[in-house]
Design a protein around this ligand. Structure first.
Ligand code: GTP
Ligand code: MG
Length: 304
């Protein structure tokens, strides 16, 4: 599994990580220019200016205190700094699933980022764990959306609760929770629209869906996953801000990491939003969704 992850994020390895490696090779000393160049590479890798600034400032401090004396040690500390960013956002946002059934996951994000595909992949993961899953087609806006989710459901043998296109998404969500409760399902995953007539409408709709779900089942949704497309770079951050203002996002699914050489966006999101990246999408197949493991991810990035 680790090997496949490495292959899949090979683009990032070929991109900014190779640049970093080239920067470190043959260097005997840490110069101010070296730190500047690292800074530049990290920013180019979509890591976000404030995130990079913090990392560089820390490294700088450690260098001046004499705690880091050679480029190799600097590379190691850089790795640790990136890991620390992830661990912090994880620690502050832990979810406790114990005893909650059904566990309700609301999935949000703009159109085309990979919500429906990620839901299918997630459902498949839960099924592998022996859990009973119910999918809810609350994207009633886009004509083919309901059908798309139904197709996935059929392929995996997972029930999909739906109504006709154009139906009230909140009503579909309500139905979905009811069905899941009566079936004694373990997990419910609610798909939502990525686009309505306006963005304000979309946010209002999501808030309504959330309220209605909470009325049907107290405490639900237990998890609100925001899906972001890694290939959109820093744009993903502004999307995240919009969604976080409207709904309490508890975690991020970052898709299409297989399609970018700038894996740094993962760190940018964890740091700037203080929301943990829960899953990463690394392809279009059912098994191409991984729980995000910071340690494994950073090791895979930096491995030589
Ligand atoms: N390469 C790659 N493609 C992905 C990944 N995740 C999703 N996709 C593709 O992205 C496209 C859009 O995915 P959808 O799941 O339909 O996106 P959506 O957010 O539900 O879109 P709307 O329903 O229009 O809002 C599809 O072609 C997916 O196969 C990923 O991790 N890697
Ligand atoms: Mg969709």
């Amino acid at each position: 599994m680790f090997k496949r992850l490495k292959e899949k994020i090979a683009r990032s390895r070929g991109g900014f990580i190779r640049q970093l490696d080239e920067l470190f090779t043959g260097r005997k000393e840490i110069s101010p220019e070296l730190l500047e160049e690292i800074e530049e590479i990290l920013v180019m890798a979509d890591m976000g200016i404030s995130t990079v600034q913090e990392i560089i400032d820390r490294l700088q401090d450690e260098v001046s205190r004499g705690e880091i004396s050679d480029p190799e040690a600097l590379r190691d500390r850089l790795k640790e700094q990136i890991k620390a960013i992830f661990l912090r956002s994880e620690k502050e946002n832990k979810l406790d699933r114990e005893g909650i059934r059904p566990w309700v996951i609301l999935v949000v994000g703009v159109n085309g980022v990979g919500k429906t595909t990620s839901i299918a992949k997630l459902a498949w993961r839960f099924k592998q764990e022996g859990k009973e899953v119910v999918l809810v087609a609350a994207d009633t806006f886009r004509a083919a959306a309901v059908e798309q989710l139904q197709k996935w459901g059929e392929r995996m043998g997972v029930p999909v609760v739906s109504q006709r296109p154009g139906a009230d998404p909140s009503a579909v969500a309500f139905d979905g929770i009811e069905t899941a409760i009566s079936r004694g399902a373990d997990v419910v995953i609610v798909d939502t629209a990525g686009r309505l007539h306006t963005q304000v409408n979309l946010m209002k709709e999501l808030q309504k869906i959330k309220r209605v779900i909470g009325k049907k089942l107290q405490g639900a949704p237990h998890e609100t996953l925001l899906v972001l497309d890694a290939t959109t770079g820093q744009n993903a951050i502004s999307q995240a801000k919009t969604f976080c203002e409207a709904t309490d996002v508890t975690g991020i699914v970052l898709t299409k990491l297989d399609g970018t050489a700038k894996g740094g966006i993962v760190a940018s999101i964890a740091h700037e939003m203080n929301i943990p990246v829960r899953y990463i999408g690394i392809g279009e197949q059912m098994e191409d969704l991984r729980p995000f493991d910071p340690d494994q991810f950073v090791e895979a990035l930096f491995e030589r």
